[in-house]
Design a protein around this ligand. Structure first.
Ligand code: RP5
Length: 171
């Protein structure tokens, strides 16, 4: 029987409507071979269950939490209030304020309860996944090497674009 690896990262979102964006975080973790779990919870609509998730996350073996929510986004903050795990907050663009509302409500945590807030939307979700990997890489050489390769690929893609631009401007 194939052994199912225990998730190291919990990706939590305020609604299933957030899934297309939050999948960006899951994708990068999957590429790195890091098991994660995805949950829909809500600071406002299911506060007790969300608090419980935060309280039990570390004892279940999770190492990092990623939380994405739109509007008055208190999901990441509520998890951070109930856990000592690092919490990465992804503000989502769900209202006419285009994510400025969720950005400020995720970012402006009081002293003592940090949320590492990344950019709004898909950029932020991908960076949240990478930030989780960077935290895990502190104690895992395989993940550290994955991140080095990722940076190498980014560099290569820029240099390739530059080469192409130089070639086209020489013509
Ligand atoms: C937030 O409200 C969720 O994170 C989502 O971004 C937004 C809209 O939720 P639904 O009305 O689609 O469930 O709590």
């Amino acid at each position: 029987m194939k052994r199912v690896k225990r998730p190291l990262v919990g990706i939590v979102m305020g609604s299933d409507s957030d899934l297309p964006v939050m999948e960006e975080a899951a994708k990068v973790l999957k590429d790195a071979g890091v098991p994660c779990e995805m949950r829909v919870l809500s600071a406002h609509r299911a506060p007790a269950e969300t608090a419980r998730y935060g309280e039990t996350a570390a004892s279940k073996g999770l190492k990092v939490l990623i939380a994405g929510a739109g509007g008055a986004a208190h999901l990441a903050g509520l998890l951070a209030a109930h856990s000592t795990l690092p919490v990465v907050g992804v503000p989502l663009d769900a209202t006419r304020f285009k994510g400025v509302d969720s950005f400020l409500s995720t970012l402006q945590m009081p002293p003592g309860v940090p949320v590492a807030t990344v950019s709004v939307g898909k950029w932020g979700a991908r960076n949240a996944g990478i930030l989780a990997l960077q935290i895990l890489a502190l104690g895992d050489r395989r993940i550290a090497s994955f991140l080095k390769q990722l940076k190498g690929r980014l560099r290569e893609s820029v240099l390739e674009k530059d080469r192409q631009l130089q070639e086209s401007s020489e013509r």
